[in-house]
Write a protein that binds this ligand. Structure first.
Ligand SMILES: [Zn+2]
Length: 356
């Protein structure tokens, strides 16, 4: 798209200019200088096409460049690996940004100097749009809004507690006051894996730098993007439902990395597939937004080993699916763990309430 191209052009031109100025005169142009130069460029005949691009899109590109240099200078100062800002290539994070002027009406979005564009909304837009980024991923374009929401100050309630156990058999087991719920993992990746394999095999057979290779690459990227988005959508629906319907969520802190290292290969794929990490991130910020409590229980809390009924600890191997204790308590291991996590959340809030 023309806008993304123009943003990239300005960014790369600015970067080249900064590099030569530094080499020849040891000077660094300021953001102000570069913006002024942009105004002059628009008046020149060769670069008059810049006038057709929304000015804020171009200024944002210069802002990004300036930021890239600030980070670079900071890294030099801190004696870290500096990493000089790189040129942007076509097809690599193609995007442009608007700081303002974007409106949304129903399923249409108004992009200044482009006009109305129809889009599929993944969630309702709340509050005032502060920034809009248009990104290309695979073959599709995405519009991403950053909104500012007025915060209502509400007292956080703690009446309704749920315990969540994550596992390989089910994505999660959720124990609430009413019931124990098993959430099946959708396994999007596994299902699409054969397609991914097929597409990457096809890609490897294409001649280097040929048109067909580029096309095959695009198809593969599109498939990856599709899976990623479907998984994200699914996780968003689940995390929103959990946060909306309960006050306090107790979850075992995920030592996913450790699990990955220990688990056999096919399991490792299942683990990264289900995306617990993403789920936990979503729970974290959604709890903050809605004034709910999220409690992470340390990974050494014996949620799996402890008997929910008599609190005695029993050894249980990874392959044993049913938990059984000498006291007569028998239950699916994940249910037992979820109930223990829920109980841990209740005992902590009780401790807090004790008079000093
Ligand atoms: Zn027991």
């Amino acid at each position: 798209m023309q806008f993304a191209g123009a943003g990239r052009w300005i960014y790369n031109r600015g970067l080249a200019l900064r590099s030569t100025l530094w080499e020849e005169e040891k000077k660094t142009p300021s953001l102000f200088d570069q913006n002024n130069e942009l105004v002059l460029l628009k008046q020149e005949e060769a670069t008059a096409w810049l006038k057709e691009i929304h000015s804020q899109v171009l200024q944002q590109a210069l802002d990004d460049l300036n930021l890239a240099f600030e980070h670079f200078f900071r890294r030099v100062k801190n004696k870290e690996t500096p990493g000089y800002p790189r040129f942007r290539c076509k097809g690599e994070n193609d995007s442009f940004r608007y700081p303002q002027g974007v409106r949304v009406e129903g399923d249409r979005v108004w992009l200044p100097k482009i006009g109305w564009v129809r889009f599929r909304k993944s969630r309702e837009i709340e509050g005032k749009i502060k920034q809009t980024t248009v990104i290309q991923e695979g073959k599709d374009w995405y519009v991403c809004f950053v909104c500012e929401i007025e915060k209502e100050s509400v007292e956080c309630a703690e009446d309704d507690i749920v315990g969540i156990d994550v596992g390989l058999e089910h994505f999660a087991t959720i124990a609430s006051d009413e019931k124990i719920e098993e959430i099946e993992s959708p396994r999007f990746l596994r299902r699409s894996l054969s397609k991914i394999r097929y597409l990457s095999r096809r890609l490897s057979k294409k001649k280097a730098k040929s048109k067909n290779r580029l096309k095959a690459k695009e198809e593969l990227n599109a498939e990856h993007a599709r899976i990623k988005n479907r998984r994200k959508d699914w996780l968003h629906k689940l995390s929103t439902r959990v946060v909306k319907s309960h006050d306090k969520i107790v979850i075992e802190s995920l030592a996913v990395k450790e699990l990955l290292e220990r688990a056999p290969k096919h399991l490792a794929r299942a683990i990264s597939d289900v995306g617990w990490r993403e789920f936990l991130q979503q729970l974290k910020y959604k709890c903050k937004e809605r004034c709910k409590k999220l409690m992470e229980v340390g990974q050494y809390f014996p949620s799996t080993k402890q008997c929910y009924s008599c609190k005695k600890r029993n050894e249980i191997s990874l392959s044993t699916r049913e938990y059984s204790c000498g006291c007569g308590h028998r239950m699916h291991r994940d249910h037992n763990a979820a109930l223990n996590l829920k109980a841990a959340g209740m005992s902590v809030s009780k401790l807090v309430e004790l008079p000093v």
